[in-house]
Ligand binder design. Sequence first.
Ligand code: PXG
Length: 310
Amino acid sequence: MGLIIFLNGEFVPEERAVVSVFDHGLLYGDGVFEGIRAYYGRVFKLGDHLDRLYESARTIMLQIPLSKAEMQEVVLETLRRNNQRDAYIRLVVSRGAGDLGLDPQKCPRPTIFCITATIQLYPDELYEKGLEVITVSTRRNIAEACNPRVKSLNYLNNIYAKIEANLAGVPEAILLNAEGYVAEATGDNIFIVKNGVLITPPAYAGILEGITRNTIMEIARRKGIPVEEKLFTLHDVYIADECFMTGTAAEAIPTVKVDGRLIGNGRPGEMTWELIKAFRELTKVDGPLIYPGEAAAACSCNCGCSCRGE
Ligand code: PXG
């Protein structure tokens, strides 16, 4: 059965969920978006995703005609209309239809849509074995041009890198920033572990501040693991004890080979696994419930999930 999509205030079957060819999201990549996950009947870190969506919109001077509370309800109601408890959610606000010129002032009404789909995950085997990645020649956009901190619809920079990864036959690629420091992957943030310290590039390295990234840092700090946001180079990656990538789709995935160099002993690291496990536990309890009545009917197995003891 087809999906029900939220589009500009209506819930419509997917074959009717179409936007104008004059939409500047399509013509120019002028818009913002979020990729969000629902787990166990809750939308994980929904508040953080909405904050980032509205922050991205603010920077590109796109006025979203819904409050955050209304937007939260859009996400929850789309999930309900599709009877979903676990999903990958794509929330998009584009500049809307205008004329064929660039001028955003000619676009009176933003286009808003929400798709709640099933997710294509990396196979379990990749989590057990770890990813092989390469560094690509494409550099991450400089902040003064198309700021990577804005989650805009303009992803050509990342797509160039993805094409290089595809050509090399690997699933992800590391991008350096214009200064040659490690920035991030095409759709994931990067972490390394060295001598017990968890290290990830800072926002000013020119990255998207991933919500998974922030959650992993929070979990690590709670566990007493030292965390540093600092610039590092490829040499630091090659000599790291552990490496992993984080993103809404991948969660956290061990990375064991970079540009042909084995990382550590070439197997997923211990700290990486400790963090992945803690992250997966958090997905059971974080975020607003899709079906609010379920709060009282919490599971009897006491695992924090929403299985209701079934
Ligand atoms: N960096 C970039 C450039 C991203 O696009 C992340 C990091 C991770 O952020 P979160 O908040 O998810 O932890 C992202 C988000 C894909 C795909 O198909 C990935 C993203 C967005 C859209 C598509 O791989 N990742």
